[in-house]
Structure formats: C-alpha cells, structure tokens
Design a protein around this ligand. Sequence first.
Ligand code: DX5
Ligand code: ZN
Length: 219
Amino acid sequence: MSELAPSILSADFMHLGEQLHTLQESGLKVLHVDVMDGVFVPSISFGMPVIKSIRSGCQMMFDVHLMIKEPSRYIKEFVEAGADSITVHVEACSDIGETIAAMKKYPVKRALSVNPGTDVDVLMPYLDQIDMVLVMGVEPGFGGQKLIPDTLEKVKKLDQTRRENGYDYLIEFDGGVTRDNLCEIIQNGTDLAVAGTAVFRGDIRENVRDLQEVIAGAS
Ligand code: DX5
Ligand code: ZN
C-alpha cells in the first residue's frame, strides 16, 4: 500500500517534538525533510543541525529532499545527520551521474527529483541506479501551493516505464497534495505521497487519519 510522508516544512517549529510524536503515534513511517538553500530555490529552510537533533528522538525514516545547488557537496553531511534517503534535483546537478556516484559511497537510498517543467526523459539513463523518483507537483520552494495537474502524467509515465523494464524504484509525489486529489495521485502510481499543509494545518491526528483513509481506499 502507498504511504503518506508528512513534510515538516509546514510544522510548528515551536512544537516540533510534540508534532513528530503525534505523527509517529499515528503510525506514519516516513518523515519528509525539506532542505532549501536560497539559491536553487528562493527560500531557506534548515539544515544538518536541525535534522541531527530531531533524529535522536524520532524513529521514522528520514526522507531528505535537498533543494540545493550541487548537492554532491553535502551528501556525507546529510548521511551523518541521519538521512535514510536523499533526493537531489536533476536541475541542481551539473553532473547527474557524478552525484549518483557520490551517493553510492554511503548507506543511503538514492532519489532523483524533477521540477514541473522538467521532462522525465532526463531520468531515463539513471533509473536502474536509483531507489526512488520524486515528481514535484509544484515549483519547489514553498509549501501551500496548488498542484499543477500536468505533473500527474509524469507519475503515470514513470509507473509504466518501471513495469515495462522491471525497475524497482519507488515513485514519490510532492507538492499540493490534498484530501481531494490524493486518490488520483495514488491511482496514477505514487508509492509515497508527501503532504505538508494537508497534514499540519488544523488537527494533525485527524488530518492523518483522513488522508490514510483516502490512501486505503485508493490502493
Ligand atoms: C516544496 C516542498 C514540499 C512542501 C509540500 O518545495 O518540497 O515538500 O513542503 O507542501 P504542501 O504539501 O503544502 O504543498
Ligand atoms: Zn519536499
């Protein structure tokens, strides 16, 4: 069954510990961690010290989404901070093959991401070397945006490609996920649906329960 990955970008950082506890208690297994550098994307979020500190009190899998330029410079640091998987953007790498090679040096799952304007064909040469593809449903940089419908076609195409070639990468979808579009996102082939606003706005426990219900109905 597909899984829900809450993005802590939308969390209340004053109460981050309690909110992580609530997510864990709700049975969620994956935490989506958005790192932004103010260069690849306009905004700046947080980095290694924050990840390291929440890592010590959280048993979820840390799915670290690097929205940073030339991420190969920092793979070691994010692995040491506690990343279980690292996602880099193809648009941010001057050499995608080299960046994958940098990730292969560490015990960490490897993922490539594509912005809404990037064709998935750019991923084709690398699909046998990665564990996951992250399809952005919005321009990266901010939570709370509206999903760009075209991006769902990419999920479909990646799902078809994986079946045709016997690949085993997961498909993750990130940006603009709501209770209303989650079913379609899952049915197109998404394994891991990221949600920031839809999880953290209002009552987290209720939101997670509602989103989990949609996933169960769609799978
Ligand atoms: C956007 C981030 C997303 C973001 C999703 O650049 O990568 O993970 O937090 O937020 P929502 O679910 O509010 O679109
Ligand atoms: Zn993200």
